[in-house]
Design a protein around this ligand. Structure first.
Ligand code: NAD
Length: 509
């Protein structure tokens, strides 16, 4: 990416980092962000010091009093302006996402489109924060419930969706009347600086307080401050299950609220009536898209024995056509892993597959030579395994696809699909209505997302996004996920001159 392109999204100052609105603090240690595409330095940010963090929280506390008094449709207008600005900046911001995270340019642009979509959704939602009216059991009484803002929302995000996950949280939290403090992944801080610049400009143009949207940068330590902080009502944390367990414990310890979006171990069930072409496209995109670094990446294919060899051979053929290289070059299907630590985890997983009895069908290697200087490019792997292997039970954040055979009825496949600790995304490829309905029934998939005849990755923002079990149980984005960002209040109004008690209890003086 050129300096001019970075400047066009206001990344023209070294050592940005902590910010409330347009005010930047810069005292902490330097975090250098290198592109996994070519190993070059993109820019540096300064990590947030404890003192700066407390200043940010003080500004947020002030801003929340003003922001919550602004009518929700007017808050929606600010989010509309954010969506408009993102439309304008989509190609450049999409490119930065691709350059800093390593996903393809198409996927980088798709991520910005998701931000735009959630802004549109939130603008409409700003006029629809509905409660219910309820019939009272007492005469002359009226009951209803209504939703109020929570206050300050802490947003902790992962490297693999460096801008969209912030937008899912930010757009909803803001229309719901909350102020936000974001701690992005230390692996993708430049994308976060770009987003903060965009929203800060909008707040400034509208003469709104800076503390409505803040950025704090740094590693897990800064995330821990957020988890511990009683001034933060809701902690929305996206990342590994390991991180989620720590955050959940800390937030629960102070009886705060948490919204957790954690690891997945997603499977596609391939039944005898599956369309082979659709299955191959869905599985390959699901497994190699974003180099296997999506929470919804397809990790397991559970294939009926009657078509096992056919599907296996088609996949092995398809993998021969995958072009790996600079993700900004649209001829490439797959870019690099995020860093060399991720490469190390990939190599360790390959060793474990062999040790535990798996057979590697499409071997993995680290690519070297021209175009691969960053050391982060690997080849995608297919391995035959059994579902109970320890390595299969864990999420390896890399392009490794496991093939697992099932026999008999679809229930056996569902049992295998559910026999992992994670519960994010799942899919079935079938032309059989009965199988599809069983998969979607209460006896079917135990995941937060269950698809028929599409893969496990690539969710739309209109649905609630999230998963069960070790995926954390949170829901973000569409449907009624907004309710997590508000507190519900039940109101009972007596418009009579007597005081009847509920349940017919008598209490006369
Ligand atoms: P990670 O858990 O290493 O880090 C995520 C964020 O948490 C970072 O900002 C990090 O600094 C912070 N953090 C780490 N430990 C912390 C702690 N103890 N307290 C507070 N904050 C802490 O995850 P990652 O490697 O950046 O991302 C990959 C993981 O994220 C995968 O497991 C993936 O499945 C998951 N993910 C889930 C979803 C979802 O919606 N379910 C979406 C994207 C990514």
């Amino acid at each position: 990416m050129t300096t001019e392109e970075l400047k066009s999204i206001n990344i023209d100052v070294e050592n940005l980092g902590t910010s409330t609105g347009n005010t930047w603090f810069a005292k902490g240690d330097i975090i250098k962000s290198y592109s996994p595409t070519n190993g070059k330095l993109i820019a540096s940010v300064k990590s947030t010091t404890r003192n700066e963090y407390d200043q940010v929280l003080a500004e947020a506390a002030k801003a929340k009093l003003l922001w919550r008094d602004i009518p929700s449709p007017k808050r929606g207008e600010i989010v509309r302006q954010l969506g408009d600005k993102l439309r304008e900046l989509k190609p450049t911001l999409g490119k930065l996402v691709s350059y800093e995270m390593g996903k393809s340019y198409q996927e980088g642009m798709g991520e910005v489109q998701e931000m735009i979509d959630i802004c549109d959704f939130a603008v409409g939602l700003s006029r629809q924060l509905y409660g219910n009216t309820i019939h009272s059991e007492r005469p002359g009484h009226r009951m209803y419930d209504q939703y109020h803002p929570l206050g300050v929302i802490g947003i902790i995000t992962a490297f693999n969706f460096p801008v969209a996950v912030w937008a899912w949280n930010a757009a909803l939290a803001l229309v719901c009347g909350n102020v936000i403090v974001w701690k992005p992944s230390e692996k993708t801080p430049i994308c976060a600086v770009a987003c903060q610049q965009i929203i800060a400009d909008i707040l400034k143009k509208n003469n709104l307080p800076e503390g409505i949207s803040s950025l704090v940068t740094g590693d897990a330590e800064v995330g821990k401050w957020i988890a511990e902080d009683e001034r933060i009502t809701l902690v929305s944390a996206t990342g590994s299950t390991r991180m989620g367990k720590e955050v959940a414990k800390t937030v629960a310890g102070r009886l705060g609220k948490s919204l957790l979006e954690l690891g997945g171990n997603n499977a596609i069930i391939v039944t005898p009536s599956a369309d082979l072409k659709m299955t191959v496209i869905g599985a390959v995109f699901g497994a190699v898209g974003t180099a296997g670094q999506r929470c919804t990446s397809t990790r397991r294919l559970i294939i009926h024995e009657s078509i096992y060899d056919k599907v296996k051979n088609a996949l092995v053929d398809a993998y021969k056509q995958i072009k790996i290289g600079d993700p900004l070059d649209t001829n490439h299907h797959m870019g690099p892993l995020i860093d060399t630590d991720a490469v190390h985890m990939y190599l360790t997983a390959l060793e474990e597959i062999k040790k535990q009895g798996g057979e590697i069908l499409v071997p993995g290697e680290v690519l070297t030579g021209a175009g691969y200087e960053s050391g982060c490019y690997v080849t995608p792997v297919i391995a035959e395994v059994e579902n109970h292997y320890d390595i299969v039970q864990h999420e390896t954040f890399a392009p490794i696809l496991y093939l697992i055979k099932y026999t008999g009825e679809v229930d056996n496949a569902i049992q295998l699909q559910n026999a992992v600790r994670q519960g994010l995304s799942s899919a079935i490829m079938t032309s059989n209505l009965r199988e599809s309905e069983i998969f979607l029934s209460q006896n079917g998939s135990d995941c937060g997302i269950a698809n028929v005849n599409i893969g496990t990755s690539g969710a739309e923002i209109g649905g609630a996004f999230g998963g069960e079990k070790e995926t954390g149980g949170g829901r973000e984005s569409g449907s009624d996920a907004w309710k997590a960002y508000m507190r519900r209040q039940t109101n009972t109004i007596n418009y009579t001159t007597s005081l009847p008690l509920a349940q017919g209890i008598k209490f006369d003086l």
